[in-house]
Design a protein around this ligand. Structure first.
Ligand SMILES: [Mg+2]
Length: 442
């Protein structure tokens, strides 16, 4: 069974060789192209791009330095420049938002990186959350409202964003989790042709889940169908289940079926379709003073349940942090965002990732840093899952009280680097002059 730290490590596969190959393909690090629609600019961003491009052009004319943060003299709004050598990536829950409300320092931190800082610079940033259950556009609208700042889908990845890539592989899929019909809508928006929900199965056979009754709204939206003619090719847990007992019963039924036909049962229990989770965070941070269990706990529970019922191991696959594919995706998103919105055409040297969960945010950032070209620098904040006084299982490079401290640290560190680089040149020049003057031994 998988534990909190065990995800990302494929184990003995229960799946058929064909399915195992598919599962393996998506189980480890995978590069996924950011969805095209996420790259599309809104009108406001086109305007922003044009303004940025014009400003960059101006900056290039007045700057004699290439390839380093163009630091303007402090600090009027006219003098704002954009840092092109480093960038920021933020987790959301426990970093910017907690229990549906902005964390107190979030707004000032975002103002700080948008130019209200002693250096007069703006720093490009993206959001990488394991959460989901809504379309990317809807989540960005929520975030914009919560933070009182426009957030574009072009700077946003959520746990299930990479599942879009699976729509070409699987035609008929069971989608689990989230509120009402929202995840069906997300999946259909991703291009899945035939999306079934647990509600469809319960409406068709009400005795599937003896203790769960659909609400009037759920009943109205759910679709009766002939499951003897339906082959479920894959199961996707898009967001947190609202009814663990019912959803686990239905997932188990599909897993134990012959090739995803719900009216059948495999003798060997190894003929069912693969199951994918949009992330594997066992706990997450809400308004409650203690962390709450999440999708990773459902995953562990399902694997334990499967073993108890069938005596066999269940191999499941999770997306999201700390999977390296998520960080590769983030790298691409950041490149697009910096290019489209800030007219920066080179990769950043350093990306600071700010998160609250050692097992996903910090682990993923540290592991990705081992192979990535850019330096990915992990910062742990104390406003979410991580609690002061405990020893994080995956240690960050830096721990900060909250997001404002984190962004101040990142920018100060970069500016200190710049200053050091500058002083090295000065020292070298001084040394050469001293050498020429015969003041130093040759
Ligand atoms: Mg978090």
């Amino acid at each position: 069974m998988t534990t909190a730290g065990g995800y990302g490590t494929p184990r003995v596969s229960r799946l058929s060789s064909l399915d195992a190959a598919q599962a393996d393909l998506y189980g480890g690090p995978s590069v996924v192209v950011p969805p095209k629609h996420l790259m599309a600019s809104t009108n406001s961003h086109e305007t922003a791009m044009e303004m940025e491009a014009a400003k960059q052009h101006f900056d290039e004319e007045v700057s004699s330095e290439e390839g380093s943060p163009r630091v303007a003299p402090p600090v009027t709004k006219k003098a704002l420049t954009t840092a092109d050598d480093f960038a920021l990536a933020f987790d959301i829950d426990g970093v910017l938002i907690r229990g549906g409300k902005a964390i107190p320092e979030a707004a000032s931190a975002l103002r700080y990186i948008n130019g209200e800082n002693p250096y007069g610079i703006k720093v490009p940033y993206i959001f990488v959350t394991n959460g989901g259950g809504k379309t990317e556009e809807e989540r960005c609208l929520d975030l914009s409202r919560q933070l009182e700042l426009e957030v574009s889908p072009g700077q946003f990845i959520c746990g299930h964003t990479p599942m879009r890539e699976m729509a070409e592989r699987y035609h008929t899929v069971l989608v689990v989790g989230g509120e009402g019909e929202k995840c069906r809508v997300v999946a259909e928006g991703y291009g899945f042709k035939d999306v079934i929900t647990p509600g469809d199965i319960i409406k068709t056979r009400h005795d599937t889940t003896p203790f769960r009754k659909l609400t009037d709204e759920e009943y109205k939206n759910s679709r009766v169908r002939d499951f003897s003619k339906t082959k479920i090719e894959a199961i996707f847990v898009f967001a947190d289940s609202r009814d663990w007992a019912g959803d686990q019963q239905i997932i188990l039924d599909v897993l134990m079926s012959k090739n995803g036909h719900l009216d059948t049962r495999s003798d060997s229990f190894d003929e069912g379709p693969p199951v994918f989770f949009s992330h594997n965070d066992v706990v997450w941070s809400t308004s409650h003073e203690h962390v709450r269990i999440g999708m990773g706990a459902l995953r562990a529970s399902l694997e334990a349940l499967y073993k108890a019922v069938t005596g066999k191991e269940l191999n499941t696959i999770a997306f999201g942090k700390p999977q390296l594919g998520t960080y590769q995706f983030a790298t691409r998103l950041l490149r697009q965002w910096r290019k489209n919105t800030h007219a920066i055409n080179k990769p950043p040297s350093t990306v600071y990732f700010v998160g609250d969960t050692p097992e996903s945010d910090i682990r993923g950032t540290n592991e990705f840093n081992e192979t990535s070209e850019a330096d990915w620098f992990s910062i742990l904040v104390k406003t979410g899952v991580y609690q002061e006084g405990t020893i994080p299982r995956y240690p960050p490079k830096k721990t900060c009280n909250h997001i404002l401290d984190a962004v101040k640290f990142a920018i100060d560190r970069e500016m200190a680097k710049e200053k050091k680089a500058g002083s090295t040149i000065v020292d070298d020049v001084d040394s050469e002059l001293e050498l020429e003057a015969g003041l130093l031994p040759n």
